[in-house]
Write a protein that binds this ligand. Sequence first.
Ligand SMILES: [Zn+2]
Length: 377
Amino acid sequence: MLFGLGLCAPAVADTPARVTSVRFGGTPERTRVVVDSDIPLKYHVFLLAAGTQRVVIDLPRVRWSIDGLTAESGSGKGSGVVAGYRYAQNTATTSRLVLDLAKPAVVSREFVLSPKAKGETYRIVMDLEAASLDDFAQSATGSKAGPRQVAEKVVRKPLIMIDPGHGGKDPGASSKQGLQEKDVTLGIATAVREELLKTGRYDVALTRSTDVFIELEDRVAKARNLGADLFISLHADAGGKSATRGASVYTLSPEGEKRVEAAKHKNDWVLDVEVDSSRPQEVTQILADLVQRETKNQSARFAQTLVPALAEAGWPALQNTHRKKGFYVLLSPDVPAVLLEMGFITNDEDAAMLVSAKKRAALVDGVAHAIDAFFES
Ligand SMILES: [Zn+2]
């Protein structure tokens, strides 16, 4: 969640494991399920008979990045005895993979594999065998714990969460010609995502990928649930004077910081350091404060990286480019965040730049370079 946090308490720097694929093989009667991850996973498997017959695999909170698509939840097709699968964050600290069965089946074998060569994954392997409804029902009554494993530290890709501002019933600001902020932000966010994925160095997620309305707290929640390492909210400004133009980068203001605690309580944003209840309350509080201070420092560091990167890309900037405000999307206590006002949609030159493919490419380049510089140092 936090990048480069120099604390030695292990729970602090832990980022979730990344599940990269769910695969099926075998025959119509005997199906092998393989769950790939970048670090070994503790898991717990059980059968549920109520409703659709299904196999449930409970995991610690993971980052779902199935076949390159990072999302909080999703689904896919199965094979053999598995009709399909679904995955989601289950609670603040757990994730769940559900296999919907095409016919009653039982787990006949399960084991875990570690990578033998570079580039290989950790695997949970499970063989499901078609069974009578009775056998299924019997297995479904008892649940058994899977093998427990100790997590190892590995280097994994940072997750960048791009937040296209506004959407749906909230169009944001608009230009004289009727250009809407919500469309500008989505178009550029999608382009930033593509640019970052091309490098192969990042996982990227968007808070919205279509023209839908999303509450501000849900935008923050998405970043936190996925364990994002950096959150960038994209907007286009509107000003009283039509001559006002240029980009600005916002981080949380001191007044905004005062709202973090209330937002944490209201939305049940639990920090990783607050999950382990064996620590004395004062120690937990100190660790939580450290996490929040580090988040604030990292947000400022990214803003200070982004401003010169935009200038280098030839993108116009407003005076005092790095500014502070109490924007809600900047309230996350543990995800470094900035809000980029890309330019004034109310200024003719800026509005033209925001829709020009060539100019957009320069902006996207500037943002991508800033992200590179941020994670390199
Ligand atoms: Zn806006």
